[in-house]
Design a protein around this ligand. Sequence first.
Ligand code: FES
Length: 298
Amino acid sequence: MADRPFSASELAEPGEAVRVCRRLLAEQLRYVRTASAFYRRKLGDGPDVSVDDLAALPFTTKDELRKAQAADPPFGEIRAAPQSAIIRLHVTSGTSGRPLAIGFTRADHERSCEIGAAAYFAAGIRADDTVLHCLNYALYVGGLADHLSIEHIGATMVPVGIGQTDRILDLWDDIKPTVVFSTPSYARHLAGAALARGREPATLGLRLLVVGGEPGGDIPETRRALQGTCSHEYFELDKGFLTAGTLTCALHLSRFDLSDGEPLDPPAELPLEVYPVVVEDGRVLIEVGDGPLPVSEE
Ligand code: FES
């Protein structure tokens, strides 16, 4: 893997990077104070705000943003760019309350692609990769923005979305993917579905998994790879749930210890296969062994 960064700006000397950040911050604060009624009220009309004054600025809470948008949907008086300059609208997941609307101007879109591309390049994706994007594209910012960021590297993007496991496995040898971008549990599910077809995941030709969206990719304690089907009866474990250190099968509620795969409750009696997980150069590699998975024969 080339060790150069995606963008020359990543090579800036620390002093130069700080100078650029100071200039951009001052410009941004001046802009929102001029163009957004919400921030004008929040920051007042005083002199320019510098990095050194940041501690004196008031916090903006998510609740304030929600109230401002609820009063005048979709963006309320937070909006700084004119409506005609907004080319895309996303909404947040809404897990902690009313979803927030996010507007992208063309300049926002270009910056998002540039920054996202640098991140995915650092994760190991290159222009000659074919990437299966297996996350939800609906409404939230990640699906489409991540797609366009990886496309910005020059990689060949395959917009899979969710619920396409059988189709993608049918087409696998034609598309020849080299990277899967998904949640950790979907990567496990895909490996399990390939195994259920008699196809070893190691023969799929993947060189990289890039995961996000749930714990498991970046928290060492949760970095475990277990077989994707229950050892009691054939049931997909990605439909179960994770609690402190255990994985619960959703069919008969047997819990398994995540560290060694041992069943903690009946009816399951056999342990789950646990695969070694290694992290190399930011890549999570799972070593899947040969042989059948342990499943009770009743
Ligand atoms: S299939 Fe999992 S506990 Fe029965």
